[in-house]
Design a binder for this molecule. Structure first.
Ligand code: GLA
Length: 391
């Protein structure tokens, strides 16, 4: 939907002209999956699909919000001086949590807003629609309350809000890549130190195709927390088994160091989780080198390797994501494919030559429908900048 149209809709809902328009991207992670909470390196990109907010400031404490994606819910409201989690407010708990967290951190939130949201990210598909909304709200508050927080501080605040207000125990990758994204660049982020580097996305004639399996992500919260616990168990055991130096997170160990202590791990699944995390970290470092060198064949192979490990070792894939990757492997012009995000459904990405993108979508779409009965949806990702005011 065009910005002009969103502004008109704002006027119809609130009976007044808006004052500002902000856009917040979604993200896909090229590689480095399920290692942000293990102190690993991740390589996400912000994308041009995302969330818009059209806003006007108010003089009182009230915040009114409506989403054109959930128009049936109508305008929902809360008061800044009485914020509490409220399940009946549905998605509004994300922006509300961000404002609450700002208050908890001692920032003044002197006035409310009238706001209209619209997103073109598929919901719950693993492209971080919730982090997109969080960073959007944080950026609006940062601008209007003149807080002068930088993108790193905003992303930490949004992660804290999601962890504590919304009860989702996510890592920092999504909020960071959305706040700090840069056009035509991937963000290489060390999740242990938050040191980051922009890596030019030299993809030449290749495109990142997002394949939404349209498989609803079941079990994701409980399984996500379970994986985190298993990684924590592995870390505690490996930390005491590894005598040569102090390790601060699972991904602090190189794959060879891991092999010297891996026998200490108590169960098959704890071993497999740790193996994935440590080798995935290595794959991310190698992928960054491959991307910088323009070695897209190597990048594609690391992507396939990442998927296989997420499927067999970390066990967060599903038959629909596995099928997309398996079919991708057989097609001309495809260098790599993998699930992206938390898994258990949602989206895969593939690195596809621009002149094979149409054939790719057709071939995957048809065979996927035959084997699963589901319609896949496709998007060609443009790598975009981070959350910002657009008007
Ligand atoms: C979700 C979480 C992230 C990250 C990914 C898996 O998107 O929000 O913090 O853990 O899963 O890489």
């Amino acid at each position: 939907m065009l910005i002009q149209e969103l502004k008109k809709r704002f006027e119809t809902v609130y009976g007044a002209e808006s004052e500002g328009v902000f856009f917040s991207p979604g993200r896909v992670n090229l590689i480095g999956e399920h290692i942000d909470y293990n102190g690993g390196m991740v390589l996400p990109v912000a994308i041009n699909l995302g969330t818009y907010a059209v806003i006007k400031k108010r003089s009182d404490q009230r915040v009114n919000v409506i989403s054109l994606n959930f128009e049936g819910l109508g305008v929902m409201s809360f008061e800044l001086d009485k914020i509490m989690y409220d399940a009946s407010l549905d998605w509004v708990n994300y922006p509300m949590g961000v404002l609450y967290t700002m208050q908890q951190e001692g920032y003044q939130t002197p006035f409310g807003f009238d706001m209209l949201f619209y997103g073109d990210l598929p919901n719950g598909a693993g492209l971080s629609s919730s982090a997109s909304i969080e960073v959007l709200m944080a950026t609006i508050a940062n601008t209007y309350y003149e807080l002068s927080l930088d993108g790193v501080a905003l992303s930490k605040l949004c992660q804290k809000s999601e962890n504590q207000f919304n009860g989702v125990n996510c890592g920092i990758m999504d909020q960071f890549s959305i706040a700090m994204g840069k056009e035509e660049h991937a963000v290489l982020l060390n999740c242990d130190t938050l040191a980051y580097k922009y890596v030019p996305a030299n993809l030449g004639d290749y495109r990142i195709v997002i394949v939404n399996t349209n498989k609803k992500r079941g079990l994701v919260d409980s399984e996500y927390n379970l994986r985190r616990q298993e990684c924590e168990t592995a870390f505690v055991v490996l930390q005491s088994a590894f005598k040569n130096r102090k390790i601060t997170s699972l991904c602090d160990l190189t794959p060879s160091e891991f092999l010297t202590v891996s026998e200490a791990l108590p169960t098959e699944s704890v071993y497999k989780r740790a193996y994935h995390a440590i080798v995935e970290n290595h794959r991310t470092i190698k992928s960054k080198e491959a991307l910088s060198d323009g070695n897209l064949v190597a990048l594609g192979e690391w992507m396939y390797g990442s998927h296989e490990s997420l499927s067999n070792y970390f066990e967060v894939s599903c038959k629909e994501l596995d099928l997309v990757v398996k079919l991708s492997r057989k097609l001309r012009g495809v260098l790599g494919a993998r699930m992206t995000g938390a898994g258990f459904g949602g989206c895969a990405i593939a690195l596809v030559h621009k002149s094979h993108c149409d054939a790719y979508q057709q071939a995957i779409g048809e065979q996927y429908k035959i084997e699963t009965g589901l319609e896949a949806a496709f998007y060609i990702a443009q790598i975009s900048g981070g959350t910002a005011r657009v008007e």
